[in-house]
Ligand binder design. Structure first.
Ligand code: GAR
Length: 190
């Protein structure tokens, strides 16, 4: 039985697409059973629907407060009985109640603990370093503070702007994340 993945995304969904493409191979050992978002109609959900994957949308503005939103999101996720919840450009912090309820993995475009948060690529450029990278990590209650699973460095080149650097980071990030998910699913399912 393949592992059941629920993928959460807020944006263009290129990371989700890489996971969908990998999971199309039965040898991958996992299937995307649902994709969810906090941004209704984002491109990521369009990609999921095109792949025939059920989607759900839970928008913060439709709820009384963050905890109620987190509770609603958790119920949607739980309904799909995930073995692993995969964040793929999901740009909101999850409450401790959600983090404790599921196994959740994230990819972040920096070498954590450097440059946590929503602007990692911009922050790495502004710091004037010559190296940044990608980190795949478990999600805990902090902002990008969970245990590191794997990391890869990416050189910052002269003349890089945010778009150029993001393109090179994401080229490394997709295979790193897909391979990490494959391995985690093998470990989870034994
Ligand atoms: C990815 O590069 C991911 O690392 C980043 O958002 C991008 C999503 O791209 N996530 C974060 O910055 C989380 N703090 P996508 O929408 O094309 O998949």
């Amino acid at each position: 039985m393949p592992a059941r993945l629920v993928v959460l995304a807020s944006g263009s969904g290129s990371t989700l697409q890489a996971i969908l493409d990998a999971a199309a191979d039965p040898g991958f050992g996992a299937e995307v059973v649902a994709a969810g978002t906090d941004v209704k109609d984002c491109a990521a959900m369009v990609r999921a629907e095109a792949a025939g994957v059920p989607t759900f949308s839970v928008q913060l503005r439709d709820f009384a407060d963050r905890q109620v939103w987190n509770d609603a999101l958790a119920e949607q996720v739980a309904a799909h009985r995930p073995d692993l919840v995969v964040l793929a450009g999901f740009m909101r912090l999850l409450a401790p109640s959600v983090v404790r309820r599921f196994r959740i993995v994230n990819t972040h475009p920096a070498l954590l603990p450097a440059f946590p948060g929503a602007h990692a690529i911009r922050d790495a450029l502004a710091a004037g370093l010559d190296t940044t990278g990608v980190t795949v990590h478990w999600v805990d209650e902090g902002v990008d503070t969970g245990p590191v699973i794997t990391q890869t460095a990416v050189a910052i080149e002269p003349g890089d702007d945010e778009d150029r650097l993001r393109t090179r980071i994401q080229a490394v990030e997709k295979p790193l994340y897909v391979n990490a998910i494959r391995q985690l699913c093998q470990e989870i399912l034994g």
